[in-house]
Structure formats: C-alpha cells, structure tokens
Design a protein around this ligand. Structure first.
Ligand SMILES: C=C(O[C@@H]1C=C(C(=O)O)C=C[C@H]1O)C(=O)O
Length: 368
C-alpha cells in the first residue's frame, strides 16, 4: 500500500468513528433544543460557545493545530445551532430583494439550512424580524467601494428592539449580463441597482453606456430577460445569470477587484448582546452632548482602554434637525474579558447622552 492509500484508510476509519460521535453529539444537542423549547431560551449561547472552544482547543497537544481545531468546532456548533433552529421552527431568515440578489446569496451562505422570506424594502425586513415573522434579517451594511448603506444604519437606530447578531464580509463580483445572442458591442443601456452602477462607473464610462436605476440587481436581471432586447444589459451576480437564462457579456465590471460588501444579521434582542471580549467586535450607537470636547472624550476612553475603533459613522438624528448620532465598531483587545467590555461601557455611559450596545459578535467571511 502506498502512502496515499495508507493515509486514506486511516482517514476512513477516523471518519467512521466521527460519524458515530456526530450522531451522539446531535442527539445531545436535540435534548438541549427540547429544553430551550420549554424554557424559551435562545438557541445561541455565546458564553457556552466561548467555553467549549477554549476548553477543547487547550486539549490538543500539537499547538499548531489549535486554530484549525477552533474553526472545526465553530463549524460543528454552527451546524448544531442550525439543527436546533429547524427543530424549534426558529429558522426563518428574511432579506430584501429577489432570489439571486446579493442579500439572498449572503443569506444562503450564512444560513444554508434556513427557510427564507423576501421583502421589497429593508424596512420590511426590520419589521418582519421585530414582529416575529422572521428570526433573522440579512442586510447590506457597507460596501468597500460605494460606502455605507445609511438607510440600514438608520433602521438599526430606529429599531431599539433589534440587535446585530453577526456580521460577515462577502466578496462581490458584478458581471454585465445580456440575453442570449447579445454582445458587449451591441449594448446601449445598462440597468441595475444604483450602488451596483456606482461600483461599475469606470467600466460604464469607458464603454459609453447609458444607465437606468432599478430596485435591485437580481430584479434588473429578471427584467432584461423578459425584455429580450440585446441592447439592454444588467449588472448583477453570475448566480442571477443562471437563474434567468442570461449570459455573461463582461465579468467583474466593478472598479475595484477587491469589492466586498459587509452584511449584518439582525435578530430580536430578547437579552442584551453577550460580551465575551477577545475575538469579538462591539457595535455601539450613541449621542453626545453639544459641548466642546465631548466626542473626543468618548473616543479617548475607547483608545485608553485598548479597544481599537475600526470605524465611526455619523448620521443625522431622525426627527431632530442638525443633531447627530454616532455608530462605532470596536475590536476587543487580546486578552480582554467580559468585565473589560462592561467597564468600558460604564465609562462611556458617563460621557454619552445616550448609549446602546447594538451588537457583540464575531466578524466572519461568507466566502465559500
Ligand atoms: C448545544 C447548545 O446550543 C448552542 C450550540 C452549542 C454546541 O453545539 O456546543 C453551544 C452553545 C449554543 O450556542 C447549548 O446551548 O449547549
């Protein structure tokens, strides 16, 4: 037997044992789900997951394998949560747009087992989560080229009952799609969502193409398929080309090769977000008094306590002319604990007029 065959025989034997252990783990997980059904407890328990990760990675003798095992366990727990949610009927995830839209693609990668609900507007997604029609909502938050999705931030501000449960980065490749028989040379008009058009403005100018704004990228693809006019193209994902029988006339038309959209997952705040420190991001919404140095005092505290502020956004306060609220996202420092996070929030409460912890989560990538 050569080395490959030998190693694969060993892997097969291990996989056979792991299949048995997987079933055992999932049976125990089902018991946990039954307990949660009786008590109404949330499926996700950040404190327990952090403990499971720490305890088990420490068991590995080979230190180099620890980060890999950590990811392995994280995946196992994600699968366990998905199973519990399906058992409990708490697995509906909402998005804005139609099948094939970027929000839908992000949702499928984040919640591969969930039932999906689509809505025409971001506001309806927030409302669906708030009133319990959906457990989660997946929404775009920021694009590395086109910038903030300010409406979603404002909706977060105006829905105090909701929190950010997760955040993930999805690399976006926008393609120019046409009907079968179309060619780039024959295209005159391109329709898409204004943000997709903005991300592709260099390409559109280079080719002298007129644009028309559409409600979302996937629906633009559906529309041009129906129109069946080779002079009208859409900018959307390759997934939508498959969905509506279109062909890719030009791939990757977005200006920056490194085009990434950051999505948030919202859920109801049955409890305040659970801070565990190291490895987490904290998202805060606050207002500061109109006094000299007030905002600087808030930011000073964040820095002095070792939290790295990776972004700050400022938006007009809804219904209060020329007053603003701020959104900051902080990276918890290495070695920090729940107590460090709480100490920071306590300090900030004295400097801010209002302060809301809108999320304590890990940032992940939805890349396959
Ligand atoms: C199984 C549970 O539910 C979830 C899944 C976990 C797991 O698979 O180990 C741990 C914590 C929870 O987020 C639990 O609460 O123990």
């Amino acid at each position: 037997m050569d080395l490959l065959q030998q190693a694969r025989t060993e892997i097969d034997a291990i996989d056979a044992q792991m299949a048995t252990l997987f079933e055992r783990r999932m049976r125990a997980v089902a018991d946990v789900a039954r307990y949660k059904a009786q008590t109404g407890k949330p499926v996700f328990d950040a404190v327990r997951e952090a403990a499971v990760l720490d305890k088990n990675t420490a068991r590995l003798q080979d230190e180099a394998l620890r980060p890999y095992y950590r990811t392995f366990l994280q995946e196992a727990m994600a699968v366990s949560r998905a199973y519990q949610r399906a058992m409990l009927g708490r697995d509906t995830a909402a998005y804005q747009g139609v099948q094939g839209a970027w929000s839908h693609i992000a949702l499928r990668r984040l919640f591969p087992f969930s039932r999906t609900l689509s809505f025409a507007t971001w506001g309806e997604v927030f409302d669906a989560v708030q009133n319990g029609d959906a457990e989660f909502g997946v929404l775009p938050f920021e694009n590395s080229n086109a910038g903030d999705v300010s409406t979603v931030l404002d909706l977060l501000y105006t829905h105090p009952g909701l929190i950010v449960a997760r955040m993930c980065d999805l690399p976006i490749r926008q393609d120019l799609l046409g009907v079968p028989g179309a060619s780039l040379a024959g295209v005159r008009t391109v329709i898409s969502h204004p943000q997709a058009l903005a991300q592709s403005s260099v390409f559109l100018q280079q080719h002298g193409l007129a644009t028309q704004a559409w409600s979302n990228t996937a629906d633009a693809a559906r529309h041009i398929a129906e129109l069946n006019d080779p002079s009208v193209a859409a900018i959307a994902s390759a997934e939508t080309a498959d969905l509506y029988g279109l062909k890719i006339l030009a791939a990757g038309v977005n200006a920056d090769g490194d085009n990434t959209t950051r999505f948030i997952v919202i859920e109801r705040a049955d409890e305040a977000p659970v801070m565990t420190g190291e490895g987490q991001r904290l998202a805060l919404l606050f207002t500061a008094r109109h006094e000299p140095g007030q905002l600087a005092a808030v930011l000073d505290q964040i820095g002095a306590r070792g939290f790295n502020m990776e972004c700050i956004k400022s938006r007009p306060l809804p219904h209060v002319p020329f007053e603003y609220y701020f959104y900051v996202q902080l990276v918890c420092p290495a070695g920090s604990t729940r107590a460090d996070c709480e100490a920071l929030l306590d300090t900030l409460r004295t400097d801010c007029s209002t302060l809301r912890l809108v999320g304590a989560f890990t940032l992940d990538t939805a890349e396959k």
